[in-house]
Design a binder for this molecule. Structure first.
Ligand code: DGT
Ligand code: CA
Ligand code: CA
Length: 573
């Protein structure tokens, strides 16, 4: 259990208490607790497991809170929160996700208008009943109508990191059982899509009872929604739902192929089977009644005249043609990453020092990093002006000189301002080893202005890359509207790289644009945007996105050695 999950529980508890009309001091105490926990650098789970450590000795954590944290770490839940969840329908907390609706307003909607779901909220807003309610106005009602569909959809999908963590944890627990043979995660999760609607787990077993009983009693499972002979559907505490399917070993490959999808990919594979006089379904490949293959995916693909196709490519976007021609790319692997060129320290809004970030990166096997704190426009994140930045760079140089085993580049994440100028003057940028330019503000400007801003950045002689090019936040907000064609042409012309930001809520560029960028000859960089030492963990999601784009190591600049990378920087600009 991570600190962020524990903090989220206290945040949720505070929200529900406030909706429930609890004493404001109690509500505030739990909000403060959440903030305190977020700021801790040590893992609470580790500390709680250590008998010699007293959590209440940590700043801001009293006896009551310490006991609750221990209970969360031990049981995975907070009893008070579970009680409140029984009392307040889940649809009520869903409303909190609409911008402008905090616990106070939601409490009014719930207690006075009896609205307890997004559907009822939509209905009330459509009828104009929200605007008539005291404390609400026309503007709130309009926001509700504008945001509710997005919020409703976001509630039904989950970021890849959450989905993979849930699926893999449960899969590995099922794998421990005597009656269970193979266990694999299928569906969108296996294809490493940006978000997952539900989880699909397949196991082989002759008797499904033990597996299904275990799943029903699993700590992460809230409720069994359906249970049959070979299929069980459950809802997890996270809100995500999961299908478990039990298949015989001779069908495992066929079932994996079928339930990995995508539907679009499967349609073509099935057609190829039919063309060969075969029938393909989740049980196997058949000629008439006769079973031909199905134990492994390789067998299935071979029988339809194809090599095995990596799941990340299974979207019917050209992968079947490449497979047929024997031209499937050698997809990039996490272990091929040598550098990380986007991260923050305590100089702006990171939680670790330059040394701590460098040590953590080295521990993960990276050979070089660029420290790219925010520029001054990002006041909220304590962004750096020219003076502070130069001092920061001097410190980076000094630390780099005395640090072994990793090279630390002097970088900056420089804002591209709303008026299409850069946040720092050229003479400062010229002193950097690495400049990544980004849009943070004014993402909703008309496309012409966004295009103008990107043009200025790419044409600047000191900018090396554009970071998280669209600025989107998955399931939260759309990115800027921009001309990708213009961006590709300019980047190719000026030797500017494009980033796949690996953070699971960004994954920006997406697979389609990363592929197009590669086709324009633009080097891609995959960066974590780490704000703490654990922030490096997300590199894998960026690599997944690159794999979905069909990229190989050679397409990704930070798979090169530092020497080769520097050479690429020089020849590119
Ligand atoms: P998700 O859950 O929305 O993130 O996406 P998936 O791809 O995991 O979709 P899901 O869970 O509905 O089904 C898992 C896979 O099973 C899907 O990728 C392909 C296969 N599948 C499910 N229903 C059908 C179907 O009606 N036709 C075909 N050809 N395949 C299906
Ligand atoms: Ca699924
Ligand atoms: Ca499913």
């Amino acid at each position: 259990m991570q600190n962020s999950e524990i903090a989220r529980m206290f945040e949720e508890l505070a929200d529900l208490l406030e909706i429930d009309g609890a004493n404001p001091f109690r509500v505030r105490a739990y909000r403060n607790a959440a903030r305190t926990i977020t700021g801790l650098t040590d893992s609470l789970a580790d500390l709680a497991a250590d008998d010699s450590c007293d959590l209440s000795s940590l700043p801001g954590i009293g006896k009551d809170l310490a006991a609750k944290i221990v209970a969360i770490v031990e049981t995975g839940q907070l009893e008070q929160l579970e009680d409140l969840k029984q009392k307040i329908p889940a649809g009520v907390s869903d409303m909190l996700r609409i911008p402008g609706l905090g616990p106070k307003k939601v409490a009014v909607l719930f207690h006075e208008l009896s609205i307890d779901s997004l559907d009822k909220l939509r209905e009330a807003a459509t009828q104009g009943r929200i605007a008539e309610t005291k404390g609400f106005g026309k503007k709130t009602q309009e926001t509700i109508l504008a945001e509710i569909d997005r919020v409703a959809e976001a509630g039904t999908r989950f970021h890849i990191n959450i989905a993979m963590d849930e699926a893999e944890q449960i899969a590995s627990d099922l794998a421990q059982l005597k009656s269970v043979g193979q266990v694999q995660v299928a569906g969108s999760c296996r294809r490493r899509q940006e978000t997952a609607g539900d989880l699909d787990v397949l196991i082989t077993s002759d008797d499904s009872t033990e597996a299904m009983d275990t799943l029903a009693a699993h700590q992460r499972v809230e409720k069994v929604l359906a249970r049959g002979e070979t299929k069980q559907r459950v809802r997890l505490r996270s809100g995500m739902e999961m299908d478990l399917r039990v298949v015989p070993a001779e069908s495992f490959g066929a079932a994996m192929q079928y339930f990995t999808g995508s539907k679009e990919h499967n349609i073509v594979i099935r057609r190829r089977a039919v063309e060969r006089g075969l029938k393909l379904n989740e049980y196997g490949l058949f000629r008439g009644e006769e079973y031909i293959a199905g134990a492994t995916e390789e067998d299935v693909y071979r029988e339809v005249g194809l090599p095995w196709i990596p799941p990340e490519l299974r979207e019917n976007r050209g992968e079947i043609e490449l497979a047929e021609a024997g031209e499937l790319p050698q997809l990039i692997e996490l272990s091929e990453m040598r550098g990380d060129l986007h991260m923050h320290t305590t100089a702006s809004d990171g939680t670790a020092s330059i040394e701590e970030m460098a040590a953590a990166a080295r521990d993960r096997g990276l050979e070089y990093i660029a420290i790219t704190d925010h520029s001054k426009r990002v006041t909220m994140a304590n962004g750096l002006d020219a003076d502070r930045l130069r001092k920061h760079w001097a410190e980076i140089e000094a630390i780099n000189a005395r640090t072994e085993g990793i090279e630390i580049l002097k970088g900056i994440e420089c804002d591209i301002l709303e008026d299409a100028t850069l946040d720092l003057p050229d003479d400062v940028l010229a002193e950097a080893d690495w400049v990544v330019a980004v849009l943070h503000y004014g993402l909703k400007q008309p496309q012409e202005q966004i295009d103008r801003r990107l043009r200025v950045a790419v044409e600047n002689p000191y900018v090396h890359a554009i970071g998280h090019p669209t600025g989107r936040m998955l399931l939260r907000r759309e990115g800027a509207h921009l001309s990708f064609e213009q961006l590709y042409e300019l980047c190719a012309q000026h030797g500017v790289m494009l980033e796949i930001n690996a953070h699971p809520s960004r994954l920006d560029l997406d697979d389609i644009h990363a592929r197009a960028a590669r086709e324009h000859g633009i080097p891609i960089v995959i960066n974590t945007d780490a704000h703490s030492t654990s922030g490096f963990d997300v590199m894998q999601y960026g690599v997944f996105q690159a794999r979905r784009a069909g990229l190989s190591a050679k397409d990704v600049a930070n798979t090169r050695t530092l020497k080769q990378f520097r050479k690429l920087l020089r020849t590119a600009k």
